[in-house]
Design a protein around this ligand. Structure first.
Ligand code: SF4
Length: 351
């Protein structure tokens, strides 16, 4: 294989452990009549083939804007990319032509959206919409494309796929529609899937089924998966690593296991404490005080300081860099070491 083949996204191969996607020091802002909203402020993360990265944060934290920038579907204007790179197989997609980006989108990188009902076209049957992927991208005949549509519906376990292929989106339940969205994303056998809150609109049992299906397909096909969510509970069983976002920055990065065991950032600690627990029945649910900052007026110093129980004077003046707290773990907190120690002790029944 030539070097060219390795670096050309059109010919890229998924080598185990090879970096698939790298977001590197990305900056995005929205320029509006009311002012400039600094939506992404130096975000970096990477995903390997066969790996699941969960990007976690409240709405407005920048997790979806980062994904839209990766996909090349950011509204520009008002969005402006002011810095950074988004590399796929080592090539910066932000420097590619529109045509090159279009070829990668869908074929190499696919996206699953939160709201399947608005992502699917209500006037076409789901079979038609699935078949269109093969007709447009692969030039298949109508008959072959429809057979592929049934195959995909089987893959995502839609019962009686053959009989239901001509049904319309509204004839399916929310969970089944989300399976169809997964089928659509899988259609062209992408190397990377970005799932933006894929189960938020579903009830808890269906959420788990859809998430299990997604995780299973990801493992089988050795794809990279970026799972965007505000719900820590959803990603616990499926993600390999987590990046926690706040005010357009990554504030903590760790493996799922480490992050759940002992968070090293006060914001993550607050998020974990606000997950309902059966063993604490009857106790008031913890909530992080205050609201996420207005991105047009991000507080000086650490953006989390007005809400942080650990805040000191330095937090109100100095922006904390992303420290390596222990090998492989990062936290953008001036007191990351103490927070980690505190969360580890609390977990073990200490103070
Ligand atoms: Fe809290 Fe200060 Fe750490 Fe920010 S830097 S999270 S305000 S302790």
């Amino acid at each position: 294989m030539s070097t060219n083949q390795l670096t050309d996204p059109q010919h890229a191969e998924t080598l185990p452990g090879a970096p698939l996607l790298e977001v590197d020091d990305l900056y995005v802002e929205f320029r509006t009549r009311d002012g400039v909203a600094k939506a992404i402020n130096g975000v970096s993360y990477s995903v390997n083939a066969g790996e699941t990265l969960a990007v976690l944060g409240e709405s407005g934290s920048g997790k979806s804007v980062t994904a839209q920038t990766v996909m090349g579907i950011l509204d520009m204007p008002p969005g402006v990319i002011t810095g950074g790179e988004v590399r796929f197989h080592g090539r910066d997609m932000l420097k590619m032509s529109r045509e090159e980006r279009r070829r990668i989108r869908g074929r190499k990188i696919a996206m699953i959206f939160q709201d399947a009902l608005s992502a699917l076209n209500p006037v076409y049957s789901v079979g038609f919409q699935l078949a269109e992927m093969f007709r447009v991208h692969e030039g298949m005949s109508r008959r072959d494309a429809k057979a592929k549509a049934v195959e995909l519906m089987d893959l995502v376990r839609i019962p009686a796929a053959k009989e239901r292929v001509n049904d319309y989106p509204h004839q399916f339940s929310g969970g089944m529609r989300q399976r169809i969205m997964i089928a659509m994303a899988m259609a062209l056998d992408p190397e990377l899937i970005i799932a933006d809150e894929p189960t938020t609109a579903l009830d808890v049992t269906v959420q788990a089924q859809v998430m299990d299906l997604l995780a299973e397909l990801q493992r089988e096909r050795h794809m990279g998966l970026i799972l965007i969510t505000h719900d820590l509970g959803v990603v616990a069983d499926v993600a390999d690593k987590i990046a926690v976002m706040y005010a357009g920055r990554i504030v903590e990065e760790a493996s799922v296991h480490e992050l759940y065991a002992s968070p090293a950032h006060p914001y993550t600690e607050g998020l974990l404490a606000s997950i309902p627990r059966l063993d604490l029945k009857g106790q008031e649910l913890y909530a992080i005080k205050g609201l996420p900052p207005n991105l047009m007026r991000i507080p000086p110093g650490c953006a989390f300081n007005p809400r942080c129980p650990y805040a000191q004077d330095v937090c109100r003046t100095d922006v904390p860099p992303l420290y390596e707290v222990v090998p492989g773990r990062h936290s953008a907190c001036h007191f990351a070491g103490q927070v980690l120690e505190h969360s580890a002790n609390t977990k073990n029944g200490g103070s």
